[in-house]
Design a protein around this ligand. Structure first.
Ligand code: SF4
Length: 317
């Protein structure tokens, strides 16, 4: 059984007559002990789907799903109670995640105090161990520091150590390298990969960057305008994308230019969250669109390695 199993997730705001569709139909399946990428342009619904997993949606959100499960539990009922116990979050801005006026030692201790039940002297040792596990060379010095005395990369490692301190086995990492320079970002991704292996964690990596998926994700789901359009193992997705949107995303990578290929930009815009979408959400931008694409929802297709939604008949061989 997958750790996370989501089918047909829809999240809307506003009134019944004037709905704002933040998420329209997201399917997401995450295997235990893996890093799963959730990729798409901004506004595609990836961050809000992560917030739903954490039980962090505002009261005004209307959520429905055919299945919305974590480890067999219905997240519509238990997401809030799992947050900080089994599910933790790493955000893109580590400075904002840390309290600027408290030393790291105090902040680590607060997390351990409310999650571990350990006495104070043991909490100190565990805090040092967790900071060391994230690759911080001098945990004692870090514990005595205020956040502003640490670099962005060190702050992100502290945030990761805090996530570990909760005892969570599922971590949602929302663009965790966006605020970091490329080298430090690569180190943070390598750290997450190592922790997944060493501590039997599962990570949902929310990103707009295909390079991040290529670098550290075992599998990924591609979102477009609040819909899952393709999902599968990373190698398959990168080598043989089936959905025209995934193909366009990959063609737009600078790497394609480095290989002498023309940089393709995707013409047009993502549909507005107010729009009523009858057929395929990508139809207005899709170079392969047919009449049926504007009228009917595309069928789900599956070749055994990955699945996608499109009216185009898959070609074999
Ligand atoms: Fe393009 Fe039609 Fe496939 Fe949508 S269903 S991606 S418009 S070919």
């Amino acid at each position: 059984m997958s750790l996370v199993e989501i089918k047909g997730l829809a999240i809307r705001f506003g009134s019944l007559h004037n709905p704002i569709h933040a998420v329209r139909h997201v399917d997401l399946s995450i295997e235990r002990g893996t890093i799963h990428g959730l990729i798409g342009e901004s506004g595609c619904g990836k961050t809000i789907s992560g917030m739903a997993l954490l039980g962090l949606l505002p009261q005004s959100a209307r959520v429905s799903a055919d299945a919305f499960r974590f480890d067999g539990l219905n997240l519509l009922d238990v997401a809030k109670s799992l947050r900080g116990r089994r599910i933790a979050m790493i955000s893109q801005d580590p400075a904002a995640a840390l309290n600027p006026v408290l030393r790291i030692g105090r902040q680590m201790d607060d997390v351990l105090k409310s999650h571990s039940g350990l006495p104070r002297f043991q909490r100190r040792a565990v805090a040092e161990e967790l900071l060391a596990a994230t690759g911080l060379a001098d945990p004692r010095r870090v514990l005595k520091s205020y956040p502003h005395q640490l670099s962005g990369g060190m702050q992100q490692r502290v945030v990761i150590a805090q996530a570990l301190a909760t005892g969570a086995d599922f971590i949602i990492a929302d663009e965790p390298t966006t605020a970091l320079d490329v080298t430090v970002g690569t180190q943070v991704l390598a750290l997450l990969k190592r922790l997944v292996q060493e501590r039997a964690l599962t990570v949902l990596m929310i990103t707009h960057d295909m390079d991040v998926v290529a670098e550290c994700c075992d599998s990924a789901t591609v979102l477009y305008a609040g819909h899952t359009v393709e999902a599968g193992c990373t190698d398959e997705l990168l080598a043989a994308p089936r959905h025209p949107y995934t193909q366009a995303l990959l063609a737009a990578l600078p790497d394609a230019v480095a290989k002498g290929e023309r940089l393709a930009s995707i013409e047009g815009h993502i549909p507005s969250p107010f729009a009523v979408i009858e057929g395929c959400p990508f139809a207005p931008r899709c170079a392969s669109a047919m009449a049926v694409c504007r009228q009917a929802k595309p069928p789900e297709r599956d070749d055994g390695n990955h699945c996608w939604t499109c009216h185009l008949e898959p070609h074999h061989g």
